[in-house]
Design a protein around this ligand. Structure first.
Ligand code: IMP
Length: 179
């Protein structure tokens, strides 16, 4: 029994992930011109990504984390987000880079950005590892644009499992259907 046996196919392998993150880190390093930046990792999916991204950035970096849940349906007006875990420190006057695992509907990110902007940071940008390109919403930094499939690994879960896979993969259907 191995968790790898539940994966139908690998979408992004480990070397490709690390290469792309190195490039993102270099780009972020250059864009911030040595200014301090607060990386806000969105729990839990972005934990592995933010850990590697932080090490790829050569600038003064502070790490903070937030956990939110969106009231996610189209019946609801936008801008509603429930904070499950707030930042430890104020962000007023700081450069904030929100680090997300994936943009699917974009609802979570949209709500989170509204909330963070109310705290008057010097700037807010977004770095998303994956983007399913289903919405108009684009991150300032995107790792990979992927097909519209449910993916797991490198922080992303199915029922809290598979976050520890060192690559991004697509699950075998029987896992969903509980066979
Ligand atoms: P949203 O639809 O853009 O609001 O996505 C919200 C969250 O759902 C993401 O931050 C992920 O944690 C999770 N999510 C969306 N798509 C996937 C997926 O393909 N695999 C695992 N988690 C996902």
């Amino acid at each position: 029994m191995s968790i790898h046996d539940d994966i139908e196919r690998v979408l992004i392998d480990t070397p490709t992930l690390h290469q792309r993150i190195a490039t993102l880190g270099a780009q972020i390093t250059s864009d911030y011109h040595g200014e301090p930046v607060t990386l806000v990792g969105v729990l839990k999916g972005a934990v592995l990504f933010v850990a590697d991204l932080a090490r790829a950035i050569d600038a003064p970096v502070a790490l903070d984390f937030m956990a939110v849940s969106s009231y996610g349906n189209t019946m609801q007006s936008q801008g509603r987000v429930r904070i499950l875990k707030d930042l430890d420190d104020p962000i007023a006057g700081k450069h904030v880079l929100v680090v997300e695992d994936i943009i699917d509907t974009g609802l979570t990110l949209n709500n989170l950005l509204q909330l963070l902007r109310q705290r008057q940071p010097a700037s807010v940008r977004v770095c998303a590892l994956l983007d399913k390109a289903k919405t108009q919403m684009r991150a300032d930094y995107t790792g990979f644009t992927i097909e519209d499939a449910f993916v797991v690994g490198y922080g992303l879960d199915y029922a809290q499992q598979y976050r520890n896979l060192p690559y991004i993969g697509v699950l075998k259907p029987h896992v969903y259907h509980g066979a």
